[in-house]
Design a protein around this ligand. Structure first.
Ligand code: URA
Length: 467
């Protein structure tokens, strides 16, 4: 004989519990029960209660979830689980491969997902009328989760007056009490409100194009929810803009990492393999300084494939201001000495080991600071690339920084002074013109100038032999 049990439609947890207690008390087997809800109640017995009994916690949790599922077989499946737990299978729920356990887990998973979606995708619209301020939302859950989800919204929006309307019923919170009312209509909730533009701005700002995965996004935010989500309107445009925004982010990240780790920045630059001096210069200009100070990159200038390329240390205050190398006091002295040595600056190429002015601000003054060995090495990739593209016949290192930059090894200028091989380059090592400017003693300066002039004359002769 079959026992027909009538439950209220939806997730009738109290009815199901009472019915189970009654059935267990009478020893009714699962296959003898016919579970019915809602419309088909005619002739079915209302639940007959019985004494309470306890169940493992996992089972109680599963019941709370599965009862919310739309599957009409949910009560029969749950009762079968309870029966088996009480008749020799207390570890049933640990047996994942058991057909019943597996099926119940699948149902619970679907309900959990539905709860999660409702928590995430309910969007309230503000309404103000004679009753005061209220917040209304429309949502269409897949399962009977209205009551199960109510605690979440009460906790979250306790101080507001709100209603969540669904096709199955309405949750209404008046600030102190929760009521579950009859089904609502989508049209009862306004399409938008003035809060929405703020929300859209927020959504736009948190949208991360680098993490865009449209398949994943649609899995997380299936299209059926889009109708009720104001931000969904933004998605097609944000998706279309994503590749360009990612490129921007990479460029910004490269600039940031250059500040933090110049070696990485140099490696990133090396990966770009510019094939013209103009392309290389663009990279240099777009890169942040590897030294403190430096407002702009000062690029090399002069003839391509020249007889001589002069390499200085770094731009100074005046060079930084004008954006050209060797135009300040040291540059003027160099020009004068070149003229005396019979070298036409316009026929040479002239550049620096370090492309930015390193300085310390002291009041109004910018005090020159020498670049460290590490800093010179960070700039070295640029210089070597520059020389490779300019192709001079002879490289003149003006001072120790330049010699280190070209050759990659520390050089003592007084010992190495004269013709040298610096790395791949036939070179000449001499002093830096600013060394001459710093000498306080007139006689010593004259002697240093004469030696420098002699070096430049030797450079001119050497360049001719490299023709
Ligand atoms: N000193 C240098 O080494 N380079 C310049 O451009 C100016 C001064």
């Amino acid at each position: 004989m079959q026992t027909r049990i009538a439950l209220a439609p939806g997730a009738d947890l109290p009815g199901f519990r009472a019915a189970v207690r009654g059935l267990v008390a009478r020893g009714v087997k699962p296959r003898e029960v016919l579970w019915e809800t809602g419309a088909s109640l005619f002739g079915a017995a209302p639940p007959q209660d019985g004494p309470a009994f306890s169940l493992p916690r996992a089972a109680a949790e599963l019941i709370g979830l599965v009862i919310c599922h739309r599957d009409p077989a949910r009560h029969a499946l749950l009762y079968e689980m309870i029966w088996r737990l009480r008749h020799g299978e207390p570890h049933l729920l640990e047996m994942r491969h058991d057909k019943l356990t597996h099926r119940l887990e699948m149902l619970a998973k679907a309900v959990r997902r539905d709860l999660h979606k409702m928590h995430a995708f309910v969007r309230f619209r503000r309404v103000e009328d004679a009753q005061g301020e209220r917040f209304l939302a429309w949502f269409e859950p897949d399962h009977h989760i209205l009551e199960a989800t109510s605690g979440f919204f009460v906790n979250r929006f306790r101080s507001l007056v709100w209603s969540i309307l669904t096709p199955e019923g309405t949750l209404h919170w008046d600030g102190t009490r929760l009521e579950i009312g009859p089904p609502g209509q989508r049209g009862d909730v306004p399409e938008s409100d003035e809060v929405e533009s703020g929300w859209l701005d927020y959504y736009q700002s948190i949208f991360n194009p680098a993490r865009l995965n449209t398949a994943m996004m649609q899995k997380e935010m299936p299209r059926k929810y889009w109708r009720n989500l104001p931000e969904a309107r933004l998605i097609p445009e944000l998706v279309a803009q994503a590749p360009a925004r990612v490129e921007e982010m990479i460029a910004r990240a490269a600039a940031m990492s250059a500040k933090r780790d110049p070696q990485k920045a140099v490696a990133a630059m090396a990966a770009q393999t510019p094939t013209t001096l103009a392309a290389l210069n663009q990279i240099i200009m777009a890169s942040p300084p590897f030294v403190t100070g430096g407002t702009r990159a000062v690029l090399g200038e002069g003839a391509m494939e020249p007889a001589i390329a002069f390499i200085g240390e770094q731009p100074g205050d005046e060079e930084d201001a004008q954006g050209r190398c060797f135009v300040g006091p040291a540059g003027q002295l160099l020009d004068a000495m070149l003229a005396r040595a019979g070298i036409d600056r316009a026929e040479c190429y002239i550049t620096n080991a370090v492309k930015h002015f390193k300085f310390e601000q002291r009041g109004k003054h910018r005090l020159h600071q020498s670049p460290s060995t590490g800093e010179i090495k960070h700039y070295r990739w640029w210089l070597l690339k520059e020389l490779e593209l300019v192709r001079p016949r002879l490289v003149v290192a003006l001072g120790a920084s330049a010699a280190l930059a070209v050759g990659g090894q520390p050089v003592c200028v007084t010992q190495a002074r004269g013709p040298a091989q610096l790395g791949d380059w036939p070179a000449f090592v001499t002093t830096h013109p600013s060394y001459l400017l710093r000498l306080p003693d007139e006689q010593a300066r004259r002697a240093a100038e004469a030696a420098f002039l002699q070096d430049l004359r030797a450079v001119r002769r050497l360049a001719q032999t490299h023709a």
